[in-house]
Design a protein around this ligand. Structure first.
Ligand SMILES: [Zn+2]
Length: 248
């Protein structure tokens, strides 16, 4: 996949990086990513991917914009209240970068449709706001062999991890939260600057993974404490009894 003169100029600050170069930029152009959730995390992930020149981005979100979203979702403006987030986010991508093909999907993703919605991509970034969705997405990614970046932020605690088959996100979370589809942010609160930090980290992890920058982060979970302003990383051990990726 070649780059036009306009793209070479547009991405000049990428291409000058020895870790990226023209080869890395072509990898980004070839990449097909699905982003789940155009919320606080998605509001950081989606512009980063579109600006970076990821070739195709699918945006999956069933919600409409509410006034309580605006403090952490700068994809949207006051006049967008009541409009579909997936369509609005796709419009943002089109205005930012016409080289990106964007596919809005105004659907709620769950166990019944996740495999179908996610197949055909190279990487999924899940920025949804509840455990039930994140576990359903993770299980589908394991089933179809899809790499997954799972990102979450609530109150001042956030985490981002890259999973490829095994260990999976369920190895980390376990089975206790499958019915937990409450909106954590609504119940517990979160700062916009915090969700943006977690979302930006997830986007960086995605871009590094696509281009091949740094070490493979598979199975590594990065945890951020927004009160202490401290990142730490742990390795997720595969759970032998995991019902998604375990040997049983
Ligand atoms: Zn697992």
């Amino acid at each position: 996949m070649s780059l036009s003169d306009e793209e070479l100029e547009r991405y000049a600050r990428h291409i000058v990086l020895p870790q990226v170069g023209g080869a890395g930029q072509r990898k980004l152009k070839s990449a097909r990513l699905a982003v789940i959730g155009a919320g606080g995390i998605g509001s950081a992930v989606i512009p980063s991917l579109a600006g970076a020149g990821v070739g195709r981005i699918t945006i999956i979100d069933s919600d409409e914009v509410e006034l309580t979203n605006l403090h952490r979702q700068p994809l949207f403006a006051e006049a967008d209240a009541g409009k579909a987030k997936a369509e609005l986010a796709a419009g943002f991508v089109r205005r930012l970068n016409h080289f990106v093909e964007v596919m809005p999907q105004q659907q709620r993703i769950g166990p019944e449709n996740a495999s179908q919605l996610l197949s055909g991509h190279d990487l999924v970034i899940d920025g949804s706001d509840n455990f039930a969705t994140r576990l359903a997405v993770s299980d589908a990614c394991v089933a179809i062999g899809m790499p997954l970046i799972s990102a979450a932020a609530v109150q001042f605690q956030g985490h981002v991890g890259l999973f490829r088959s095994r260990p999976c996100y369920r190895c980390f979370v376990g089975d206790a939260f499958d019915a937990d589809d409450c909106d954590n942010c609504a119940e517990l609160g979160v700062l916009g600057a915090f969700t943006a930090t977690i979302g930006s980290f997830a986007a960086l992890l995605a871009i590094n993974s696509i281009v091949g920058v740094g070490d493979d982060q598979m199975g590594q979970l990065h945890l951020f404490d927004g009160e202490r302003l401290d990142w730490r990383s742990i390795r997720i051990p595969p759970d032998p009894g995991c019902r998604a990726c375990g040997s049983a």
